[in-house]
Design a protein around this ligand. Structure first.
Ligand code: GUN
Length: 283
């Protein structure tokens, strides 16, 4: 069998297009959706992501701003900036690009963001709301994965879903979102024993490990939907967590890297930012 490709790039483009009228309606009301991204230091990968976020928001007619702070920035300064943006009525979404330099405690900074402006969905208030099934800002990558799964037309309810990875940004929220879709969810991670026996039970397999080609074809259940969240730079190429060439022979649907989940993440960030501006407008 050769799997059908889930074209994240095309789906992301459609998603972003669908946001246009919502942005225009806000602008007509005199509210230009404002997304401010803070980046500390010069991590080259982060610089690319941040620039893409800025470009995507500006393309939509939003007020996309990137604030670059030097590597030496101290925690107090960064938190003071976040608080200033919290109080700024022209800023509806705030995103602090991770990772932060080691001398800054990420948790303290994320906790300082107003939950209503937390378009990343990383604040404990939003994480807690997601846990108990209340309306919340949902982290962009797992939110994008659910959208991609829905485009396959495959019924998610009742399916066995296995998520490999337990990070706060991807693995845990991914598992909760799949649970909301009535999947039977297993979270596997670096200490999991007999991993391939578990992954072979998965109708939906989400790999968020951060190791190139970690998931081999023989770990995939025939007919499974395989979602590859990994973006690993190997020499000058981007490689997923899934061995694509092997898995595509076994799966029914599969996401490529690049052009799969990554493209969707920015589209979901745009959606969260528009939602934040709409919520502000409704106040
Ligand atoms: N670094 C890598 N991915 C992300 C993300 O989704 N949000 C933030 N804030 N930082 C990241």
């Amino acid at each position: 069998m050769t799997a059908q490709l889930i074209d994240g790039k095309a789906i992301a483009l459609e998603t972003r297009k669908a946001l246009r009228p919502r942005v225009e309606a806000l602008i007509e009301k005199g509210i230009t959706p404002g997304l401010t991204v803070i980046m500390v230091g010069d991590n080259p990968a982060s610089a690319v992501y941040v620039r893409n976020k800025e470009k995507a928001s500006q393309k939509l007619g939003m007020n996309g701003t990137v604030l670059h702070l030097p590597e030496e920035t101290v925690e107090e300064e960064l938190i003071a900036l976040v608080k200033k943006l919290n109080a700024d009525d022209t800023v509806h979404g705030i995103l602090v690009q991770l990772p932060l330099p080691k001398h800054i405690e990420e948790k303290k900074v994320l906790n300082a963001i107003d939950p209503q402006k937390d378009v990343d969905g990383f604040h404990p208030v939003n994480a807690g709301k997601l846990l108990i099934g209340e309306k919340a800002y949902v982290p962009c990558t797992p939110k994008g994965v659910i959208r991609l799964l829905k485009t396959t037309g495959v019924e998610l309810s009742g399916k066995n879903a296995v998520v490999i990875g337990r990070s706060n940004i991807v693995g845990k929220p991914m598992a909760l979102l799949l649970l909301q879709e009535n999947c039977t969810v297993t979270i596997a991670h670096s200490r999991t024993q007999n991993l391939s026996e578990i992954t072979k039970q998965a109708d939906i397999l989400v790999a968020a490990v951060g190791k190139p080609n970690f998931v081999s074809g023989d770990m995939v259940k025939p007919g499974a939907i395989v979602i590859d969240v990994g973006i690993n730079r190997v020499e000058d190429k981007l490689i997923g967590d899934v061995n694509f060439d092997e898995a595509k022979e076994v799966a029914s649907f599969i996401t490529p890297v690049p052009g799969g989940v990554g493209a969707m993440t920015i589209a979901m960030l745009m959606e969260n930012a528009v939602e934040a501006a709409e919520n502000y407008a409704a106040k």
